[in-house]
Design a protein around this ligand. Sequence first.
Ligand code: PLP
Length: 264
Amino acid sequence: MVNEFPQALSIAGSDSGGGAGMQADLKTMQMRHVFATTVLVAITAQNTLGVQDSMPLPPAMIDAQFASLNDDLQIRACKTGMLADVPTVECVVANLQKYDFGPVIVDPVMIAKGGAPLLADDAIEIVKKRLLPLATLITPNLPEAERLTGMQVESKEEMVTVGHRLQDLGAKNVLVKGGHFDQSGLAQDFVLLDNDESFWMTSPRFDTIRTHGTGDTISACITAELAKGVPLETAIRTGKAYVTATIRDGIEVGHGHGPLNHWA
Ligand code: PLP
């Protein structure tokens, strides 16, 4: 059937530099052989050196994009990325409640690696109270997990605890990304599923600054796999393998935190 090619949705901000945000989502979904659709919620003027400017889009324009997709496409999985501010988070939550775009992957983007805020401080509470309960899977890094739960995470035991806290906040499944830990040359992530099963995923830590867009990429890959009907655990493992390869085989673009290599 014409309409049955796997279709996924990225609800995110753009990165003019092409390395993170919606651009990373599009590149990832394309590489995973999934048709990528988008709801753009904010624009950033950005390159590998940092974010120079950003602007959220009006909620009415965000509503219009959701309505257009709902009227025509058959989206089987969606993800959220940069959500900018309170009106944007409220608008995205309302649309996710209104339409069924399949499993919802929430990447609770807060601060870019260069330090630029991508979510207003006063929006964190709404993400926690209203977006998390809609999440099939939440994919925080450690600083994001700490902000959402108010607990400090400094050990593997605390990664497990924070995973359970995030589940208590309403996220069905949790992927806590341990990339910010500097432990024994490994990047270790903790996964807690809604059937109470859990597992660790480990990859080598590469000595590189070409890590711009890693969070977007792993969550986009998981979303793409879910759109194809792949079970969640397999999708998460595929996401980890995909992002590991894109970091390992970095490409020379820009003068700062370089982008990933999606052809890896
Ligand atoms: N810019 C946008 C629009 C993003 O959505 C993100 C991450 O989600 C970033 C920048 C940050 O990317 P990184 O922290 O990997 O450099």
